[in-house]
Design a protein around this ligand. Structure first.
Ligand code: 5GP
Length: 184
């Protein structure tokens, strides 16, 4: 089974699309990452993330238990190796991670397929982040300040999908997954 990475700037709709792909396609599994950030309202440990303390996270990182991890907005996020390997035995696995994570995965797993998700414009992205209402103004500005850097990594990805209309983007990503998983 194949590993797919769905990546792109914050607020671009990665989470929504990853959940749609998982819910509508039993043959696609979504990995659960570890993080040191606090759970948001409605998030459940083991479902949205495995929520760890900094000490727990760094201990696992030192033991080499992550495929990749990165520090992002003052918190660590990592892809647990054992969890992903287990799921790959029976399903295609989708990782919804930041743009740095995608590059690191490709180094470790050259067969992984990297999909970069873009917003139709920076203004659209700003609107989404503001309306999501999960972050303070300061945090939104921090996320927006990273955009140029994030967009500069697009060239290292295998596919680029623009999330203008959700259903269109969903269908494009599903097509990529079907096409790539039928190769060899
Ligand atoms: P959030 O705090 O909004 O849930 O996630 C912040 C960012 O961390 C998002 O861009 C998300 O895709 C990314 N992220 C989530 N899990 C991982 C992971 O395991 N590794 C990396 N590198 N990034 C992750």
């Amino acid at each position: 089974m194949k590993l797919f990475v769905l990546s792109g700037p914050s607020g671009v709709g990665k989470g929504t699309l990853a959940n749609m792909l998982k819910e509508r396609n039993p043959e696609i599994a979504l990995s659960v990452s570890c993080t040191t950030r606090a759970p948001r309202k409605g998030e459940t440990d083991g479902v949205d993330y495995f929520f760890l303390t900094r000490e727990e996270f760094l201990e696992r990182a030192n033991k080499g238990l992550f495929y990749e991890y990165s520090e992002h907005f003052d918190n660590f996020y990592g892809t647990p190796k054992d969890y992903v390997e287990k799921m790959l035995e029976t399903k295609n696995v989708l990782l919804e991670i930041d743009v740095n994570g995608g590059e690191l995965i490709k180094k470790q797993c050259p067969d992984a397929v990297l999909i970069f998700l873009k917003a139709p414009s920076i203004e659209a992205l700003r609107d989404r982040l503001v309306h999501r209402n999960t972050e303070t103004y300061e945090k939104i500005e921090k996320r927006l300040a990273r955009l140029d850097y994030e967009y500069s990594l697009e060239k290292d990805y295998d596919y680029v999908v623009v999330n203008d209309k959700l259903e269109t983007a969903y269908n494009e990503i599903l097509e990529i997954i079907k096409k790539e998983s039928n190769k060899e």
